[in-house]
Design a binder for this molecule. Structure first.
Ligand code: CP3
Length: 344
């Protein structure tokens, strides 16, 4: 079924909308008491393997706060199990890989990914959600660099020394790894769109740690290929990175219908450089811990940086943080809707 509220999809296509649509990255998660209750019974990978629980968790913030889009509940590591990786998600830390990649042999051992057999539960969750949702559903995947950083580092990293050393000293294995991840994530995203996802987001969360030269040399060719293939799916694709202001033009050139702008990149600066290309962002997630008046000022600042230009999807500059007061989330959604509404 087509969503009843398609304001998000129209903004993502750059159309003028009656108000600015809003959703938050990681809008379903630990800051919600209802989610924490479900987490007492299931680990994160267990939630993802139960489509009806996934659907319940995905719907929680949409029903509670009135977001204009839902994002499928999963993790960027979800497809990695079917590619032969053994991993765990450690609370407060992130994904840990027990059989990391360190050579061309390891790259060749990665199993070819097929979404229908590898992640059937994700596709089933999308089908359930499409029956229940009145707003568009966003599917997502990790970008090749961000996934490679976990696969090579073996877990979250501060300085990205292992992944960068691998990239610099084993260029053939690197290129093969990124090709394989590109193929796999295209298959995964395509299957999500075919199952009913109305839009897709590619999370390249850690790519901002590369210089522009290294991004262009080691990553951009793969991203171009991924976005060229995704363009054939006819759903809007959002391209997101963090601490990536220096990469804005390179990431935009690589592709994506909507450019996700993180907190450290001024939204007006990004818009001035992207022409009419739609953008998504970029409220600082820590403003949700501020007093209501300060939060309101932060929202005003984002809206005025956009200056009424069509093609703005309101979001945070990065994922919502654990400990965020749910009341602030409710207030933020209400303020964005109110303040951006076109007055008759
Ligand atoms: O609501 C949504 O946005 C959908 C769900 C979602 C999750 N992870 C669930 C999750 C999405 C879109 C992601 C993407 C993701 N996962 C990214 C890209 C986005 C970003 O924030 O940059 C990255 C880098 C990961 C890897 C990852 N998974 C990290 C760093 C963590 C946090 C570890 C921690 O405990 O703080 C996770 C775990 C994770 N993924 C949680 C959730 C709700 C917290 C988990 C829990 O319930 O234990």
């Amino acid at each position: 079924m087509n969503p009843v509220n398609d304001v998000f999809l129209r903004a993502a296509r750059g159309e003028v909308t009656e108000y600015t649509p809003v959703w938050f990255m990681r809008q379903a998660g630990r800051y919600q008491p209802e989610y924490r209750k479900i987490r007492e019974r299931y680990t994160l990978p267990e939630i993802v393997r139960h489509p009806e629980v996934t659907a319940e968790v995905t719907l929680l913030p949409v029903e509670q706060f009135g977001f204009d889009a839902a994002i499928l509940f999963a993790d960027i590591t979800t497809p990695l199990y079917a590619m032969g990786f053994d991993l765990d998600i450690v609370e407060g830390r992130g994904p840990v890989i027990f059989n990391p990649v360190s050579s061309l042999d390891d790259v060749e051992r990665i199993k070819p990914f097929d979404a229908e057999s590898g992640t059937p539960f994700v596709l089933e969750a999308i089908k359930i959600l499409k029956r229940e949702l009145k707003v568009p559903l966003i599917g997502f995947a990790g970008a090749p660099f961000t996934l490679a950083s976990y696969l090579i580092e073996g877990g979250p990293s501060k300085n990205f020394i292992k992944v960068k050393s691998f990239m610099y000293s084993q260029p053939r294995a690197w290129s093969r790894l990124l090709e394989r991840l590109t193929e796999a994530m295209f298959d995964y995203l395509q299957a999500q769109a075919n199952a009913g996802a109305d839009a897709l987001q590619v999370f390249d969360s850690w790519v901002g740690r590369l210089t522009r030269y290294d991004y262009e040399t080691y990553v951009a060719p793969h991203m171009k290929r991924l976005f060229e293939k995704l363009a054939g799916l006819e759903v809007p694709v959002i391209h997101f990175g963090t601490q990536s202001m220096h990469l804005l033009s390179s990431m935009a050139a690589a592709g994506g219908d909507v450019i996700g702008v993180d907190t450290t990149t001024p939204l007006d600066w990004a818009r001035d450089r992207l022409g009419t290309r739609p953008v998504q962002g970029n409220l600082d997630p820590t403003l949700l811990f501020a007093p209501a008046k300060v939060l309101e000022r932060g929202i005003d600042a984002v809206l005025s940086a956009n200056a009424g230009r069509p093609g703005h999807v309101f979001n945070l500059g990065h994922g919502i943080l654990p400990g965020t007061p749910p009341e602030s989330v409710a207030l933020a959604v209400e303020l964005v809707h109110q303040k951006s509404a076109v007055k008759p």
